[in-house]
Design a protein around this ligand. Structure first.
Ligand code: NAD
Length: 323
């Protein structure tokens, strides 16, 4: 099977590519290596993939229809698409709003047009986000909950992408699954996300900034569990006209302060905590109801933070020392 994977040089994309290659699939990776965070990290991920048989890479912007649509014609062997490329980060969407609409909304539309032109396409799996639940208070978050009050532009673009996908399923019978990821962490993670920023501050002896005293709660999900869920869904195409949107999380909501305690013990150093109010872009709690994805493909998260955080910490320390 040949899978086109966008965001292949990204955190989740690299892990998904590795798992697909490990089971003998061919992967066409697409990424524009945007400099939102250190491009050396993206290049290092890519270098790992490029040493493996079955991987090829196209450097391209998924929002660029003049490049992406001809790519569909030149790759008729593609039967599945995993679309993970996006402009991530809730707070940065205050700084560069246009990048979010371009990558996450136009990018989604172009990938749907790409999929529509793919003669043998069986399934498109794309990344959405737990942020679509906004400030919802009913927990855990379930797919049937209302999701029309985003608290960040990032969330609004992810929800827009889901709606655009739904229209394509209705109009063209395109088989799709949207996955609402809940705070993913692990080796090769993102420097703009809390686990990395906390580790960096702890090791450098700088204060760790915690919102609302670290009482915010997140459903931290280890990347290997995410990969298992992405592959499980990819192997179960949705009925064309009935698009699926599924939560994919750890199903355990953990106080950020506790996450930092586990990280402190993994790094062998104490954090100096600075307390600050929660910004308007960040929600109080995320917590995934995963019964739907469990029923579809047997998805079962296996990595509690007591196991996943030390694995992240040891990778982080080796990356800091030069890879
Ligand atoms: N990591 C998380 O906790 C999390 C949570 C919710 C949703 N998501 C979603 O999962 C997906 C993967 O996230 P990630 O954490 O791996 O992020 P990432 O930034 O590490 O990976 C995204 C990749 O997409 C690439 N990219 C960005 N814009 C592009 C464009 N226009 N064209 C081509 N490539 C482009 C980037 O260069 C990057 O390598 C994203 O859609 C993100 O919104 C992630």
């Amino acid at each position: 099977m040949t899978i086109l994977l966008t965001g292949a040089a990204g955190f989740i994309g690299m892990h998904v590519a590795q798992a697909l290659l490990a089971r003998g699939e061919r992967v066409v990776g697409v990424d524009n290596l945007t400099p939102y965070y250190d491009v050396r990290l993206k290049q290092a991920r890519l270098e790992r993939l490029q040493t493996q048989a079955g991987f090829s890479f196209v450097q391209a912007d998924v929002a660029d229809r003049d490049v992406m649509l001809p790519l569909a014609a030149s790759r008729p062997e593609v039967t599945r698409v995993v679309h993970l490329a996006a402009q991530p980060g809730v707070r940065h969407s205050l700084v560069d709003p246009f990048a979010y609409v371009e990558a996450n909304v136009m990018g989604q539309l172009v990938m749907l047009e790409f999929a529509r032109r793919q003669p043998r396409l069986e399934h498109l799996v794309y990344a959405s986000s737990s942020s679509v639940y906004g400030g919802n208070r009913k927990l855990p978050f379930a797919e049937s909950d209302r999701v029309d009050h985003p608290v960040s532009l990032y969330a609004a673009t992810k929800r827009s992408a889901e709606l655009i996908s739904e229209s394509y399923a209705h109009l063209f019978g395109l088989s799709q699954t949207g996955l609402r990821f809940f705070t993913v962490y692990g080796p090769w993670g993102r420097p703009d996300m809390a686990p990395w920023m906390f580790a960096d501050a702890i090791i450098s002896g700088r204060p760790v900034t915690l919102y609302d005293g670290g009482r915010l709660k997140r459903d931290f999900t280890f990347v290997d569990d995410i990969v298992a869920g992405v592959l499980g869904c990819l192997d179960h195409p949705a009925e064309g006209a009935r698009p699926r949107v599924l939560n994919i999380g750890n199903n355990r909501s953990v106080e950020v302060r506790h996450f930092v305690e586990v990280l402190e013990s993994a790094l062998g150093r104490r954090a100096v905590i600075v307390d600050t109010p929660r910004p308007a872009t960040d929600v109080e709690e995320t917590f995934a109801d995963i019964s739907a994805i469990q029923a579809l493909c047997g998805f079962t998260p296996r990595t509690p933070i007591e196991v996943g955080v030390p694995r992240f910490a040891s990778w982080y320390l080796s990356w800091r020392e030069g890879g």
